[in-house]
Design a protein around this ligand. Structure first.
Ligand SMILES: Cc1cc2nc3c(=O)[nH]c(=O)nc-3n(C[C@H](O)[C@H](O)[C@H](O)COP(=O)(O)OP(=O)(O)OC[C@H]3O[C@@H](n4cnc5c(N)ncnc54)[C@H](O)[C@@H]3O)c2cc1C
Ligand SMILES: NC(=O)c1ccc[n+]([C@@H]2O[C@H](COP(=O)([O-])OP(=O)(O)OC[C@H]3O[C@@H](n4cnc5c(N)ncnc54)[C@H](OP(=O)(O)O)[C@@H]3O)[C@@H](O)[C@H]2O)c1
Length: 468
């Protein structure tokens, strides 16, 4: 078989680079190396971080250990002999797409959606007005966010948005340090929570209860927090039986509305802390001179076209912290087309499109493909769809001119890139478990870049020193 470039790939011999070791990247590697597939594919999974698992490690809330335990399944993919983890290598900073294309027959970009959306209201950049992305990264111990980035000094906070991330943020703000003492959060999070003076958290949803994106399990959980009264700030007509009958065909929404209705029927216990759920409310200005001193909000209405409009009814909430939790946003990747409005890489069935035509051998999966929504498991089917396209294309793709991917790693190391491979990650993993044992916890995350690299790279350096 031949092509314009010479050799084409034989089914039994393909090399694929996956960019991103979150769920989408790992499910892609899993599908590419499935024993049931005819091809024998070697997969290198690159990540800009020295640790794998993306938002499962740095997004899923620390008090959700059951969800985090999906890591046990994801880990097995890296234990396959045909899959390697190559951490601390960022596409666009440490390695270019052109370099990868020299060594890999196909590249699947699964780099997630690392940025946040903006409210575009006055005062949004005042100190004390932050994104959920920043707050989540802080309590998750993400190395890009300093331990000192968040100071919890506000007695009242507003969280904008009606999704599950907003519930995570509100729950973490209202949670005691004690409740998190068995989790993997860095000690600085426990220290900050121990002195947290929070009393009131307002979750603001710009539409009504029937349009909120909360799911029932997460709503129920927040209603179970000790010492927190959940209050629906104004009785919502959509909570009546009639309204939820409209959604009888959508069990997910129906169950969530049931939980909201149960909140509306509760008698406040007079607890220390309160969670106020305010529907049909949007922020119009963050108030303050040198930091947040309040939030001006407007009662909304839905017009005949289903759009959110203002009613002119303004209220000022006495908050000192504003967290916008209005969705994540993908970032452009060096060398690849980007749909800036949607924050995704354009594609057809996972094949990247440039000016409507597929870029040969380059694919996408996960949040950077379909946008920042959906559960961990959603990315599994999404990755399989992309891999089906990869397999369909492989026989017609030109073979990468260089076959020795270790040669590329040597080039990167010579350039000063401190590659953290799977053995390096295992070293970090063990160090976190040992750190946890000291304080009677299963694990305490390392969060400092220097420390992560020192621990993650030391194994390799030892191996080099041993001559092995
Ligand atoms: C706060 C939060 C909590 C969540 N909680 C849950 C939950 O409880 N249950 C649930 O089912 N779902 C949850 N989700 C959704 C779930 O996390 C996502 O569906 C999933 O992580 C998306 O997978 P992904 O691989 O596309 O992106 P990510 O998980 O973000 O992974 C992308 C990876 O790419 C890497 N990367 C980025 N750019 C580059 C580059 N240039 N070069 C190399 N590597 C790069 C990143 O470091 C990262 O490791 C949550 C999401 C958020 C935001
Ligand atoms: N435990 C879990 O299972 C869990 C935990 C966390 C996250 N996740 C998943 O991760 C995904 C992302 O979650 P997410 O909460 O970031 O996103 P999301 O579910 O899309 O929710 C975003 C919210 O922000 C609102 N919003 C957007 N722009 C706004 C604006 N300018 N002003 C006011 N409100 C605005 C949206 O309202 P409109 O609807 O009106 O646009 C929506 O309520 C979801 O699929 C979620 O289920 C799951």
């Amino acid at each position: 078989m031949s092509s314009d470039d010479g050799l084409v790939i034989q089914a039994g011999d393909a090399r694929v680079a996956v960019i991103g070791s979150g769920p989408a990247g790992i499910y892609t590697a899993q599908a590419l190396t499935d024993p049931a597939t005819p091809a024998n594919v070697q997969v290198d999974v690159y990540d800009r971080l020295p640790v794998p698992y993306g938002l499962v490690r740095y997004g899923v809330a620390p008090d959700h250990p059951k969800i985090k335990s999906i890591i046990e399944q994801l880990r097995k993919v890296f234990e396959r002999p045909s899959v390697r983890f190559l951490g601390n290598i960022q596409l666009g900073r440490d390695v270019t797409l052109a370099e990868l294309r020299t060594y890999y027959d196909a590249i699947v970009v699964a780099c997630g959606a690392g940025a946040d959306q903006r409210l575009s209201v006055p005062g949004e950049d005042l100190p004390g007005s932050i994104s959920a992305t920043e707050f989540v990264s802080w309590y998750s111990g993400h190395p890009d966010t300093a331990a000192t980035a968040i100071r919890l000094t506000a007695p009242s906070a507003a969280v904008i948005g009606a999704g599950n991330v907003a519930l995570d943020v509100a729950r973490m703000l209202l949670t005691s340090a004690e409740r998190l003492r068995t989790t993997d959060v860095p000690d600085y999070v426990l220290d900050e929570l121990a002195g947290n003076p929070i009393r009131d958290v307002y979750i603001l949803a710009r539409r009504g209860v029937t349009h909120a994106k909360f799911t029932s399990k997460e709503l129920h959980e927040i209603g179970e927090l000790p010492d927190v009264d959940v209050l629906l700030s104004s009785p919502e007509p959509q909570l009546d039986e009639q309204a939820s009958h409209e959604f009888i065909g959508d069990p997910v929404r129906h169950h969530a509305i049931d939980v909201l209705r149960s909140f509306a029927q509760r008698k406040p216990r007079g607890t220390d802390k309160r969670l106020h759920l305010k529907f049909m409310t949007r922020p119009v200005a963050v108030i303050g001179t040198d930091r947040v001193q309040g939030l001006e909000v407007e009662r909304t209405a839905i017009d005949s076209a289903g759009r959110v409009t203002g009613t002119g009814q303004i209220e000022r909430l006495p908050v000192q912290l504003v967290v916008r939790s209005i969705g994540y946003r993908g970032l452009p990747t060096e060398g690849l087309p980007f749909d800036a409005a949607a924050g995704v890489i354009p594609h057809r069935h996972g094949a990247v499109l440039l000016a409507g035509r597929p870029v040969p051998g380059v694919y996408v999966a996960g949040w950077i493909k379909h946008g920042p929504n959906g559960l961990i498991g959603t990315n599994r089917k999404d990755a399989s769809d992309t891999v089906a396209t990869v397999f369909a294309d492989l026989p017609g793709l030109p073979e990468a001119p260089r076959r020795d991917t270790d040669e590329l790693l040597a080039v990167l190391r010579a350039r000063g890139v401190d590659v953290v491979d799977w053995a390096g990650w295992q070293q970090i993993d063990r160090a976190e478990i040992v750190k946890g044992q000291v304080s009677g916890r299963g694990r305490v995350k390392l969060h400092d870049w220097t420390e992560l690299l020192r621990v993650g790279a030391s194994l390799r350096e030892d191996a080099v020193n041993d001559g092995s």
